[in-house]
Design a protein around this ligand. Structure first.
Ligand SMILES: [Ca+2]
Ligand SMILES: [Ca+2]
Length: 317
């Protein structure tokens, strides 16, 4: 479950949320402190100034309220993202998250459809290195620009989310990407297949049926998952890596599958090539569309804070 941000407590978070948004208070301050003078003595005014100029000179015109702050500050260390739907209004980049009582950084990217995704698995593997996988329970792997053929084992770029952390993100869609030095085929598709998402969130079950419910990206050229005819099941924290879907004997999604097989829409067995596997997650909830959905506490149809519902939380009241 995504939770409130206990570091500050409920009330103090409201202050943090408010202050982190873009909010220029200079106009307001100048009106309170410098713009309005104390009423002068009437007798002195009568002597010094003609009646006609008195209103304009003493009381500056206030023709509008200060603008409300825009929900633009999310993803910082002091104002981390607390539920997945909040990434849908952010540009690609590295942001802070607070999920399941853990503060960590994660990588957000926008795909060709304009959807935002959070990366939860990243393995850039060099053929000669059968390094152990890393299961993250309190953070996520980061993203580097290193090309295929690089070895990122045992770095912050190497690893994947545990079942529990995956579940805590409360996602409703996944994206898969993989390449190999052996061939030019690219695995790149998304899916809302409920059994697959549930399998990765619990470690129990399987991705059987994924082949019937996926959407290919423009660069997707692999046979998987469309020709899937088998899958491992009940692999706990290795659900995403240990052959979750494959065409028996021919094409596999394997990330150190079986303890040594690194495979991308092929079967390499004990002769691995350079490989790259990544997965992302997203929530369809859009903060600011006026529809209450997912983990949104409110959605008043705008991206403004300070109006009782800011950034789809009520913490800015
Ligand atoms: Ca919404
Ligand atoms: Ca609002």
């Amino acid at each position: 479950m995504l939770v409130n941000y206990p570091m500050f407590g409920r009330m103090s978070l409201a202050v943090v949320a408010f202050s982190a948004c873009t909010f220029d208070t200079s106009t307001h301050t100048s009106l309170e402190d410098g713009g309005i003078q104390a009423p002068p003595d009437s007798a002195l005014l009568d002597a010094a100034l003609p009646d006609a100029v008195l209103p304009d000179a003493v009381l500056p015109e206030v023709d509008s309220e200060p603008p409300l702050p825009v929900c633009a500050g999310y993803g910082t260390q002091s104002q981390p993202i607390t539920f997945l739907g909040q990434i849908n209004t952010l540009p690609s980049g590295r942001y802070y998250f607070f999920v399941d009582n853990n503060l960590f950084q994660g990588e957000v990217s926008i795909d060709e459809r304009g959807n935002s995704w959070l990366m939860v698995l990243n393995y850039l593997h060099r053929s000669t290195n059968n390094a152990n996988l890393t299961v993250y329970r309190d953070r996520l792997p980061l993203l580097s620009p290193a090309p295929l053929g690089s070895d990122e084992s045992n770095t912050v770029y190497w690893g994947h989310s545990s079942n529990a952390l995956f579940a805590a993100l409360e996602l409703d869609e996944m994206r898969f990407y993989a390449r190999s030095s052996r061939h030019k085929r690219v695995v790149h598709f998304s899916t809302t297949h409920a059994d697959t998402i549930d399998y990765f969130a619990t470690g129990q079950g399987s991705a059987q049926g994924l082949r019937d419910e996926f959407e290919a990206y423009s660069d997707h050229t692999s046979a998987l998952p469309g020709n899937q005819n088998n899958q491992f099941s009940d692999r706990d924290d290795l659900a995403q890596t240990n052959f979750p879907f494959y065409r028996a004997g021919v094409r596999h999604w394997g990330i150190r599958g079986g303890g040594y097989r690194w495979e991308v829409d092929d079967r390499q067995g004990a002769s691995p090539r350079d490989t790259l596997h990544r997965t992302w997650v997203r929530s369809g909830a859009i903060c600011g569309d006026g529809v209450l959905e997912g983990q949104e506490a409110c959605d008043d149809g705008n991206q403004l804070a300070g109006d009782g519902c800011g950034c789809c939380t009520t913490e800015d009241i």
